[in-house]
Design a protein around this ligand. Structure first.
Ligand SMILES: Nc1ncnc2c1ncn2[C@@H]1O[C@H](COP(=O)(O)OP(=O)(O)OP(=O)(O)O)[C@@H](O)[C@H]1O
Length: 259
């Protein structure tokens, strides 16, 4: 099977112009193949969120080229970009951001109603997806009646309902306890394997990163290292810790253990 590049960045530089100019990314090359599950790690301020914002077409680079799912964001208007994002990308954040007045089901189905999909098709997709997400029994609940893990799984449902090609996740387990975090990571892996959805996830957590196929490490806006998963998650996890300790800017990792 030949894999296609779904994301490509060539020599991308991002400079924030403010009172003080800041070069957040410097001549960064990056590629994601269709169906990959990639973690992006690096010390605070190294440019991870900037990278995600560029891939998600929310922001444009100062220099360099970007292509996402065959599209060069620079060539599209703001309206075209908004439509492109809605059709092709799914977003999952640390701050879960569900609409409080809506039920679990209504929150998940919201992006489809924007696209005016027929009711029957919406119901079919909701049933299939909420089964996978283990939310079928709590579809009528509102966000304040959910655990952190259930709320994040609802947010993942909302990100997945339109079958995006790419999921972009920024610290999706950052606010969760370890059990809920594991559930969310297993869910993302399952979606990646069964749907072939490409996932790019920024995380500080080496355990979260160990669920991925590849970890990209950046430092001061530049490529630092990248490692691929091997047979066992335990050894991959250990290799992630090794690179993090070389990278610096992290807390003491000696006590972190894979559960
Ligand atoms: N809009 C902005 N204007 C000016 N500087 C910015 C802006 N956004 C980010 N930066 C700076 O760019 C650098 C990279 O920020 P970014 O948010 O990408 O880092 P990060 O690796 O995601 O950090 P963290 O892990 O703390 O979230 C930081 O030094 C940040 O202060």
């Amino acid at each position: 099977m030949t894999l296609n590049k779904i994301v490509e960045l060539k020599e991308v530089t991002k400079i924030y112009e403010g009172k003080v100019m800041h070069r957040a990314l410097n001549r960064l090359d990056f590629e994601a193949m269709e169906g990959e599950f990639i973690a992006v790690m690096g010390p605070s301020g190294s440019g991870k969120t900037t990278l995600l914002n560029l891939i998600s077409t929310i922001d444009l680079p100062t220099y360099g080229q970007i292509s996402v799912s065959g599209v060069e964001p620079e060539l599209l208007s703001q309206n075209e970009l908004a439509l492109f994002r809605r059709r092709n990308l799914g977003f999952v954040f640390q701050d879960i951001n569900l609409l409080q007045m809506l039920t679990v089901e209504e929150n998940i189905v919201l992006p489809l109603t924007l696209d005016g999909l027929p009711l029957e098709e919406m119901e079919e997709r909701i049933a299939e997806l909420t089964g996978k997400l283990d939310l079928s029994k709590i579809l009528e609940r509102r966000p304040d009646e959910l655990s952190g893990g259930q709320a994040q799984r609802t947010a993942i449902g909302r990100a997945l309902i339109h079958k995006p090609k790419i999921i972009l996740a920024d610290e999706p387990t950052g606010n969760l306890d370890s059990k809920s975090a594991r559930d969310v990571l297993e869910l993302l892996s399952f979606i990646n394997e069964t749907e072939g959805t490409t996932i790019i996830m920024v995380t500080h957590d080496p355990i979260a990163a160990s669920y991925c196929d590849r970890v990209l490490f950046i430092k001061d806006g530049e490529f630092f290292n990248e490692i691929y998963k091997d047979e066992r998650r335990q050894t991959f996890f250990q290799r992630i810790l090794n690179v993090l300790s070389l990278l610096g800017g992290h807390h003491d990792l000696s006590s972190v253990r894979l559960p």
